[in-house]
Design a protein around this ligand. Sequence first.
Ligand code: BGC
Length: 332
Amino acid sequence: MPIEKIITLSNKHGMKIKLSNWGATWLSCILPVDGQNREVLLGCQTLEQYKKQSAYLGATIGRYANRIANATIDIGDRHYPLVANQGVNQLHGGKLGFDKQLWHIQSQSDQQIIFTLTSPDGDQGFPGKLNVQAIYKLTDDNEVVIKFKATTNKTTPVNLTNHAYFNLDGETSKDILNHTLQVNANLYLPVDSNGIPSNDLVCVTKNNMDLRKPKRISDRLLVSLERQITGGYDHAYLLDKNQPIAAQLISSDKKVIMNITTTKSSLQVYTGNFLQHTPNRHNGEYDNFAGIALETQFLPDSPHHPKWPQESCWLQPNQIYSHQTTYQFIVK
Ligand code: BGC
C-alpha cells in the first residue's frame, strides 16, 4: 500500500522546500532572511488538514486547471460530460482531481524529486489514459523549478499547474496586500461571478487591470468593477512572451523578490479572496488575502475557445505535454 510521505530538498544557501506525494504538493518553502528562517508558503499543520481544505494549497492541479464551463467538452461529434464540482462547472479537474491523488515517487535526490501518476481513461469524465510526471527541482540559484510532462492514448485537454500561495513577508504575517506585483501581460480575460470567461481577451489598460508596472496589490483592489465581481484579483493574464520574465512579486519589507518564468501562455493571478477558514500551520485559520497564487496555465475554459491566441490545450496521442515554470527567490 503506498503511503503519504514528506520529502525535503535543500540547497547550499540553506533554502529548504518540502513536498508530499499526496497531490504532488509543495508544502513548504523556507528562505534564510537576516539569519532567520522565513516560511513563504501558506500551508497546514498536518497532511490530514491538507486533505480537508478546499483552497488547493500547494497542490498539483490536473487534469485541467481552472474552470471548464458547464463541465462538458466536445471532441469531433462526441460529447463528454465531466464531473462538475463548482455548480454546473468543473474547477481544477473535478471532485477527485490530481490534488487528491497519492502520486508515486519515481526518483528522489537531495535537490530533485519526480512524482508520477496514471489518470485512467474516463477519470473525472476526461477521455484517454494520461501518464503524468511532476518534477520538482531546487537549484543552488534559489530556484524552484516545476516541470510537468504528460502523454495520452486519446485526445484530451491537459492543463497542469501548481497552486502554491505565497506570502513573501512570511506566512504568519496577515496578508499580501502590501506586496508589489508585476505581470508582463498586455491582455487579460474578464470573468463572470462564477469565474467563467465572459468575453474575449481585453487590453489590460481597461478596467484598471494593468500590472505591467509594479503595483501594490491593495491599490484600488476593490474599486475596479472587474475585481469587485471576483472579490479581488482572480484573473488570467495572457503573458507577453517578448518579456524575459512572466511576473515578479516583492515582499512589503522588500527583502524577498520572487521572479516567475514559464513556458506556459498565461498566468492566473488569485489574491486568495476566499481563503478564510483554511487551516494554517499554527492551530488557527488563514484569512482572505493571506497569500497569493500565481498559477501558470492555459487560459480558463480553453477547450471551448480554440481561437484564443495560445498553444492548443488539446493533447494528442502522438504528442508530449511538457511545460516548465521557475520560481526564483532573491533575498536582499
Ligand atoms: C481560482 C479561484 C478558486 C481557487 C480555489 C484559483 O485557481 O482561480 O477562483 O477559488 O483557485 O482555491
